[in-house]
Design a protein around this ligand. Structure first.
Ligand code: ADP
Ligand code: MG
Length: 225
């Protein structure tokens, strides 16, 4: 559909931006790191060593952050392994059990019996965490999250539904834009990263929502790579 095409254009723009920034940052870092190592060699009495080690480890840290940014830039080459979705989804609900209790949120699971294992990267966990977290955050006065998973031919259809405050129509199109958030302490990166990970898996993500009623996030993933 048009919406899907628009979304994938948006994602490839984000990817280009991330790749551009990553390379722009990496080039000066590489040169800085090199000069620092030279500087250290000239340090005969060892008085500069401590500060140098700190500087080099700080540069390595920036490099790590840039590598994370690159997740958004290209399909990652992380390994695909056969995984049990029911197990993954159940694990996510456990992570949020405390928060769910605190906010009076009931969790329901409706999984097809005998779901096949699916080929996916471990990053798929991050998607479920991000979507589930949004669901709980949309119900500060309590409600219900329903997790569903069913097989549809060569795909698995996963739905995470909440009975929360919902998303106004105007905002739905902005979801997945970097830094789009309506929360005081939100980052606005959760769904952008999730959409990218689902896209890497050749899957789709769709959101339906009604203000005051709730939100449903549907993810369709191929079973085989
Ligand atoms: P963040 O959670 O940090 O704000 P996300 O990318 O996860 O960033 O979500 C972006 C925005 O989408 C949220 O700020 C919120 O406005 C909206 N949103 C996402 N999921 C839901 C949901 N289940 N219910 C209501 N609004 C949601
Ligand atoms: Mg979020």
């Amino acid at each position: 559909s048009e919406e899907l095409i628009r979304r994938s254009e948006k994602l490839s723009l984000i990817g280009e931006l991330a790749a551009g920034i990553a390379h722009e940052i990496r080039n000066p870092l590489t040169s800085l790191r090199g000069f620092m190592q030279m500087y250290l060699k000239e340090d005969r009495d060892g008085s500069k060593k401590l500060r140098n080690d700190v500087m080099i480890s700080e540069i390595d840290r920036i490099n790590e952050i840039v590598s994370e940014l690159l997740v958004l830039a290209k399909p990652s080459n992380e390994v695909y392994e056969l995984r049990d979705l029911v197990h993954l989804l159940t694990h996510v609900t456990r992570l949020f059990e405390g928060q769910a209790n605190l906010y009076n949120v009931q969790i329901k699971q409706e999984f097809d019996a005998n779901l096949p294992l699916i080929q996916c990267q471990s990053s798929i966990n991050q998607v479920f965490i991000n979507v589930f977290k949004n669901a709980i955050e949309s119900m500060p006065k309590g409600g219900e999250v329903t997790l569903q998973a069913k097989q549809m031919g060569n795909h698995i259809n996963i739905r995470i539904k909440d009975t929360g405050y919902g998303i106004p129509n105007d905002d739905i199109a902005k979801i997945g834009n970097p830094f789009f958030t309506t929360k005081e302490t939100g980052t606005g990166l959760g769904l952008m990263v999730s959409m990218r990970i689902i896209q890497n898996h050749k899957g789709t993500m769709r959101i339906e929502s009604e203000v005051g009623k709730g939100t449903m996030v549907e993810m369709i993933l191929p079973i085989n790579k």
